[in-house]
Structures are given as C-alpha cells and as structure tokens.
Design a protein around this ligand. Structure first.
Ligand SMILES: Cc1cc2nc3c(=O)[nH]c(=O)nc-3n(C[C@H](O)[C@H](O)[C@H](O)COP(=O)(O)OP(=O)(O)OC[C@H]3O[C@@H](n4cnc5c(N)ncnc54)[C@H](O)[C@@H]3O)c2cc1C
Length: 240
C-alpha cells in the first residue's frame, strides 16, 4: 500500500556521532612547540588553553581546528540540500536515493513563523510575515501541487516506469535525509555563510530553512567545543 502524503514545517538535525572537543585543538596546536609531548600539555593550564584557542582563531591558524569530527543526520526539503551541497571543503555527504527506493510523500510547508514576503533589493532583502490571505494561499497551492506531483509519480511507478525516471515529477519541497560529516573548521565556514548573527564581521543573508539547520548544528557543536565556539563568536564568526 502507498504511503499517504503528509506535510511538515519542521526541519530536524541530530548529532549521531562525534569525536570533538577543545582539547583536540590544543594538542594539535601544541605539537608546534611541544612535539610529541603535546598530549601531556593538554589541560595543564585552562586560562592558557583558552588564550591559545583565541589566538589561533584571531590569527586564522585554521588547521588545528580540523582534528575532530561530527556526523549529523539532517531531514529537510530537497531545496535545502541543494544549497548545502555547495559546501565542498571539509564535508562528506550521503543522501537517501531516489533510484534505489521509492520516495516517501513528505512535503514541506512553511510554518506560521516563516515570513512569506520579500522586500528590498538583492543583498539587502528583508522578509515580512505577509497577510493571512497570502498564508492560506501558500498552504493551499503548495499542498495541491504536491498532491498532483505525487499522483504523477505514482502513476508512472504503477505503469512500470523506473523510480529514477518517475522522480522527475517530484518537487524540491519533498523531504530527503542525509548524513553530513564535518570538522569544526568546515562547520565554522558553513555557519559564517548560512547563519545571521549580529556578532558577524561579514554579514550573510541565508535562506531561513538552511539557517535552521545551521543553528541546530551550532547548538550541538557549542556543547562539544565551548572554548572554540566562544572564540569563533569573539572573532566575528569568521572561520580561521
Ligand atoms: C547567502 C548566499 C547566497 C548564495 N547565492 C547563490 C546563488 O545565487 N547562486 C549560486 O550558484 N550560489 C550561491 N551561493 C553559494 C555560494 O556561492 C557558495 O557556493 C557556497 O556558499 C559555498 O561556499 P564556499 O565555496 O566558500 O564553500 P566550500 O565549497 O566549502 O569551500 C570552502 C573554501 O575553500 C576554497 N575553495 C573551494 N573550492 C575552491 C576552488 N575551486 N577554487 C578556489 N578556492 C576554492 C574557498 O576559499 C572556499 O571559501 C550562495 C551562498 C550564500 C551563503
């Protein structure tokens, strides 16, 4: 039996695996001066450690921030992955396949708190909530269009057409899922571009849905590497 179509506004991010802590940054950096004793140096003097991480961030000595790993399971609409996969360096991805399995009819509809109307000019856009009429129109039109495309997909599958051909009927609002693995340096580069924050030296204007993914990743990372996260914020949220 086919799944019934469903509509979602939430985007989920789960940290599934990690090996990441501030001490990973410290031992990597201290090999410069302490050689193979750098592991023993870790944790000797917390204030010095904090200062060292801040110095590395400020002067953009980036490689000590690469000796760690975080794997996230992300469930989001395809248009988010399309933006996400532009981040090529320090990221590994595996996404569910539309060739090897039938895609589930789970579709994105903006939640009540998603601003719908864009004002201003490129690079200076501002988003405002929109009227109640616009909100119900978006919901109605998206749902109708999703249902029509899912029917088209099912019609082709029922006629024996391959999944990889029939999926062309499906929209970018369809949910997909992926594992994404990164290190703190590549995550910081991503966060600098895909989150908005008043502490950022170089402001960015990301789409809200990918920003939600970034925010959730940042929460997990901040818990694992609090000193690195604090230094990132203190130095204008620019990846070293
Ligand atoms: C707000 C916003 C709007 C955007 N709008 C558009 C758009 O309209 N159209 C569009 O196509 N894209 C758009 N993008 C995507 C953007 O152009 C980048 O592809 C994306 O942000 C990934 O950034 P990156 O290349 O720095 O990251 P990564 O691919 O992870 O690269 C990290 C860093 O490695 C270096 N690097 C990587 N590859 C190369 C290379 N080939 N040569 C030299 N140095 C390299 C660079 O220093 C780069 O910053 C947008 C991004 C943002 C944040």
């Amino acid at each position: 039996m086919n799944d019934l179509p469903s509509f979602r506004s939430d985007i989920t991010v789960e940290l599934v695996k990690h090996s990441a802590s501030d001490t990973d940054v410290l031992w990597a950096a201290r090999v410069s001066t302490a050689g193979e004793q750098s592991l023993e140096e870790v944790g000797k003097d917390p204030e010095r450690s904090k200062g060292l991480i801040n110095f590395l961030m400020r002067d953009r000595h980036g490689s000590p921030f690469e000796h760690n790993s975080m794997t996230f399971l992300v469930s989001a609409p395809i248009f988010v992955f399309r933006e996400f996969h532009r981040h090529r360096v320090g990221w590994s991805y595996n996404e569910e396949s539309g060739r090897y399995r039938e895609l589930k009819p789970v579709f994105y509809v903006p939640g009540e708190d998603r601003n719908l109307v864009q004002e201003g000019r490129p690079g200076k856009y501002r988003f405002v909530p929109g009227t109640a009429g616009q909100r119900s129109l978006v919901r109605k039109v998206l749902e109708e269009s999703y249902l029509r495309s899912y029917e088209a997909y099912q019609e082709m599958l029922a006629a024996g057409v391959a999944r990889e051909v029939a999926r062309a009927a499906l929209p970018v609002g369809l949910f997909s899922s992926m594992y994404a693995t990164c290190n703190a340096r590549s995550l910081m580069h991503f966060l600098g571009l895909r989150t908005q924050d008043e502490r950022a030296k170089v402001p960015s204007f990301p789409q809200r849905e990918i920003e939600l993914v970034g925010r959730r990743m940042e929460e997990e990372w901040a818990r694992l590497m609090p000193l690195t996260h604090a230094a990132f914020n203190a130095n204008g949220r620019v990846a070293p």
